[in-house]
Design a protein around this ligand. Structure first.
Ligand SMILES: [Zn+2]
Length: 370
């Protein structure tokens, strides 16, 4: 399968290609159907394909579109892996079942949004909503400048953000904007007040497919941070020394950590891998977000700010709205041959590394540390 054939130009095309790739690999697809429709009127779903028996001692999850529009990238990686017979042979020989989760947030994927239909950032939504939610005073202070009343933003809007960065440092500005907030439903990086449809669908898939294994690994595919085409392996599991060491043994010493401050991402709240502790507590878990760069951070955030402004202003001129939507898609999907080839090479490598890591731990009979 050529690199170009793995990637798509719409959610519907991506879904068709995933279904076809799964069928060619001899896999059934289970679809958790979303209640709404996509921008072309198409059905939306979280599609789940499993390679390997229900009682496999280890499961490797590969997921796309946690952040909707980022699914153009993740879906491509999934399709390439589905076509990779050597990968499936290695996984089968190792006792590793591979679980493909196509489009965790299909609504955002179809509509070229990072968020779910209720403007929720799925990677900030894994909170216990019966408890007090994390405060983000920086976001509250900057909310009206981050998503301003008019687009493009006024010089005053930009001055507010620049002054915050001058006072607290650029990383603090990134944290204020992106860490997650639970107070501004019309803002960016909003974690919601309740579990989103996508969270509930993921929970359903995990309960069925990942509650019997001894060991569980997860590569969650993202875009938007870091140098273009470079896949940063961001540790996405409970921060303890043994788990971090295991992730680095599998995926290399370059695995970055939010807690250590070594990642291009700011520290976040309510991350999706919280699902594992809640639903798959029987398994020893190791995971990363594979985060591919697209644009420099200010441009990426600029695209998100514009698109949130557009979302909040349905009266926006149609030509402006269309340009903003397109720019948002382009900010998370660099649709060029060299970029796509870089993406696939790194995604396939990370998946093989996870299988080898799981195989080694299983062969050594290491008892899970949990
Ligand atoms: Zn993402």
């Amino acid at each position: 399968m050529t690199a170009a054939a793995c990637f798509a130009q719409s959610y519907g095309q991506a879904r068709s290609r995933f279904m076809a790739a799964a069928a060619r690999a001899g896999l059934d697809v289970q679809s958790l159907v979303h209640p709404l429709r996509g921008q072309d009127g198409e059905a939306l779903a979280l599609d789940v394909a499993r390679a390997g028996p229900a009682d496999a001692p280890a499961v490797l999850m590969i997921s796309s579109a946690c952040h909707g529009v980022e699914g153009f990238c993740g879906s491509g990686v999934q399709n390439a892996l589905l076509a990779d017979a050597s990968f499936h042979a290695a996984a089968q020989a190792a006792g590793v079942a591979v679980l493909y989760l196509h489009a965790l947030n299909p609504h955002g994927f179809s509509w070229w949004r990072r968020t779910t239909q209720d403007n929720i950032d799925l990677n900030r939504n894994w909170q216990d909503f019966s408890q007090a939610l994390p405060a983000n005073p920086g976001y509250t202070e900057l909310a009206d400048a981050i998503v301003p009343a008019t687009w493009p933003p006024t010089p005053d809007n930009e001055a507010v953000l620049a002054a915050y960065a001058a006072r607290h440092g650029a990383p603090a500005l990134q944290t204020a904007i992106t860490a997650g907030q639970y107070t501004h439903p019309d803002g960016l990086f909003y974690g919601g007040r309740a579990p989103s449809w996508s969270r509930l669908a993921l929970a359903t898939a995990l309960a069925e497919h990942a509650t019997r294994c001894e060991r569980l690994a997860w590569i969650d595919l993202h875009t938007g941070l870091g140098p273009s085409g470079v896949g940063e392996r961001i540790f996405a599991a409970r921060h303890d020394a043994a788990t971090l060491a295991r992730a680095r043994a599998w995926w290399g010493p370059g695995v970055t950590s939010l807690e250590e401050g070594s990642s291009s991402s700011a520290p976040l709240t309510g991350m999706i891998w919280g699902a594992v502790g809640e639903i798959c507590a029987q398994a020893e878990y190791t995971g990363i977000a594979l985060e591919y760069g697209t644009l420099p951070l200010p441009q990426m955030l600029g695209a998100l700010r514009a698109d949130q402004w557009r979302e909040n202003h349905p009266e926006a001129p149609p030509a402006l709205a269309a340009a903003i939507r397109r720019a948002n898609r382009d900010a998370f999907y660099v649709d060029t041959a060299p970029w796509r080839e870089q993406i696939l090479a790194q995604g396939i490598e990370a998946a093989h590394q996870a299988v080898r890591g799981l195989e080694k731990d299983l062969a050594q009979g290491l008892s899970p540390t949990r």
